[in-house]
Design a protein around this ligand. Structure first.
Ligand SMILES: [Zn+2]
Length: 596
């Protein structure tokens, strides 16, 4: 077939004369001798893979290949590249090698999660495309980003004009190439939004074919209510729901994951496409501010300081913080460990118990809360929280609709003591949960890293090893693949991943980053660019055909809303959007670098 079409081309094209003089190999790359796990969930089979122009063009036995490069992977496994749909890789243009991701087999990341994204999606995607990055990249548009741009951090519902502006911003972000709408309902100002606001904005994403991804309002004491809210948003907005970093974060609620998964199954049976993602660790990571009551964090840094410095108000805040952790089954904050505290890096890696001893001269529960206050007054910190149980992790992992996703940002080796998931998540699943504990079979783990997330995020021609699909591939050693990053020493790369290929280009060769940057921008329907005009045209066509089949709003109104919001945003950008990390609870530093 290929030969015939080349002959036809040769007849048609004058430039083919040059080709004929110096025949191009059949393949740019051939991967031979491996066991192939194609991403669909079926058992591995022995097969070779031929790659040309960034695509998989042959799967099967390739004898005597004429290839520019042939890699013998006898004894190793080959799978599709891992698609990490829950990341905070928004600043990838500043770290284009994305080495922590690519070294654990990740070939595509989705940023813009937990309600936090670039303010201008089109501009951000253009920058990333221009810079060139090692992995494929897609982004959601974040609710906190949009709300902050229009309303700042006030705790009240939007008025009609504000809601129209927010709708306009989400509409524009989708037209610019976002793949959906995300919330971070435990963060400021997302925590101040009610479900009506969220549904209204999620409908914008739905109209453009996007999904709704949610860092829910609660992941422990009231997790059932939070899951119910996420499902209702999907049902009313008419879009798929992705529950982000599904977990049970309170010892007092450990075990309730069984009920949560039943809720997801019931919603799916009733027609709402609910899925989830998960990282494979018993600790989470987020800002220190998430431990404070939401009302205490309204209005920005100065207001927060005012409350923390007013003794009666601080007493009230402290009492609520104590109530919150008591309800969750804790007696103090010893489970909270500092990841990055910029004013005093000597605290990095210490638990709040150790921090309290150092800062307050006592490690009592009260001293720990006082230390948290001190740190908040200096801009907060990025934290690692040890609060999950292994049984819940295994139960969630076994659910067929739960993808594997890291919740990590692009990490800089040696910087701070971040959560190890950014270096180890995928390979930890393969090493610890598949090989050692046998929680799920290997082919199922690979499906959860590849075709499952590709389907949910509508990445066409990704996530399977199949002819015509993009050549995003991982070669791994099933015997040695694993994580070496630990909570104490997280800056350590995965083992057992000798080759990673992105769009047909080798990015990891013999375990080392080649420096190549073949990543593409992924959108809902196509790869290779944001294609604003096409997307806008597509949005125009789908407007008026919501899931309920009724017209929601005519596009000219949305254009006006977008323009109004854009104008105001430009003014605000200098004031408070210049540091997008401020979207997270009360942060002045990059406390929420790694969230969730
Ligand atoms: Zn999150």
């Amino acid at each position: 077939m290929i030969r015939t079409s080349r002959m036809v081309l040769a007849c048609l094209s004058a430039s083919a004369i040059t080709l004929a003089a110096q025949p191009r190999p059949d393949f740019d790359l051939v991967i031979r001798g491996g066991m192939l796990i194609d991403g669909s969930g079926v058992k591995p089979v022995r097969a070779d893979i031929g790659v040309r122009d960034g695509r998989i063009v042959r799967v099967g036995v390739i004898r005597n290949p004429k290839a520019a490069e042939a890699i013998d992977v006898t004894g190793l496994m080959v799978s599709p590249g891992f698609i990490d749909v829950h990341t905070h890789a928004d600043d990838i243009a500043e770290h284009p090698r994305a080495e922590n991701f690519v070294r654990m087999g990740v070939t595509a990341v989705v940023a813009g999660n937990c309600g936090s994204s670039a303010a201008d999606i089109g501009e951000s995607l253009a920058t990333i495309k221009q810079t060139g990055v090692a992995v494929n990249y897609a982004t959601l548009v974040g609710h906190n980003t949009v709300r902050r741009a229009v309303m700042g951090t006030v705790q009240r519902p939007p008025d009609a004009a504000e809601l129209t502006k927010m709708r306009g911003l989400v509409w524009k972000a989708m037209a610019d190439g976002a793949v959906g709408f995300s919330t971070g309902l435990q963060y400021i100002p997302g925590a101040y939004a009610d479900i009506v606001e969220i549904i209204t904005l999620a409908r914008e994403a739905a109209a453009a074919g996007g999904l709704y991804a949610s860092h829910m309002r609660n992941e422990g004491t009231e997790v059932e209510k939070a899951v119910d809210e996420a499902i209702r948003v999907g049902r009313s907005a008419g879009c798929p729901v992705q529950i982000s970093h599904l977990k049970i974060d309170s010892p007092s609620r450990w075990g309730v994951s069984a009920k949560i998964l039943e809720m997801i199954d019931a919603a799916r049976a009733s027609g709402v496409d609910v899925k989830a993602d998960q990282y494979a660790y018993t600790a989470g990571s987020s800002g220190l501010g998430i431990r404070f009551p939401a009302w205490a964090l309204e209005g920005g840094e100065a207001k927060i300081a005012e409350r923390l410095n007013d003794p009666p108000t601080w007493a009230r805040i402290k009492a609520e913080m104590k109530d919150l952790y008591t309800q969750r089954g804790f007696t103090d904050l010893a489970w909270a460990v500092v990841a990055t505290y910029r004013p005093d890096p000597s605290l990095n890696g210490l638990s709040m118990k150790q921090v309290a001893a150092k800062l307050e001269g006592s490690d009592s529960a009260d001293a720990q809360l006082e230390a948290a206050r001190t740190m908040m007054l200096k801009g907060g910190a990025s934290m690692v929280y040890h609060f999950m149980g292994e049984d819940d992790i295994a139960r969630i992992m076994k659910h067929p609709m739960v993808s594997v996703a890291s919740d990590s940002g692009v990490l800089t080796p040696g910087e701070g003591v971040p959560h190890p998931r950014g270096y180890g998540n995928n390979v930890r699943v393969l090493g610890l949960y598949v090989r050692e504990r046998r929680v799920i079979p290997l082919e199922e783990a690979i499906r959860k890293m590849t075709s499952l997330p590709a389907q949910q995020f509508k990445f066409a021609n990704r996530g399977l090893i199949k002819e015509g699909y993009a050549a995003d591939l991982v070669v791994f050693d099933p015997v040695t693949v694993g994580d070496t990053a630990t909570y104490d020493a997280p800056h350590a790369y995965a083992t057992g991943i000798p080759y990673v290929i992105v769009n047909g280009v080798v990015v990891v060769r013999k375990g080392e980053h080649t420096g190549a940057r073949p990543g593409e921008i992924l959108t809902i329907t196509k790869t290779g660019g944001t294609r604003n005009e096409e997307r806008v045209g597509r949005v125009d066509r789908v407007i008026g055909r919501s899931a309920e089949g009724v017209s929601i709003w005519p596009s000219p109104i949305m254009r006006v809303g977008a323009e109004l919001a854009r104008r105001e945003t430009v003014v605000r950008v200098g004031a408070d959007l210049g540091r997008p990390e401020q979207q997270f609870v009360g942060a002045t530093h990059r406390e929420a670098d790694r969230v969730g």
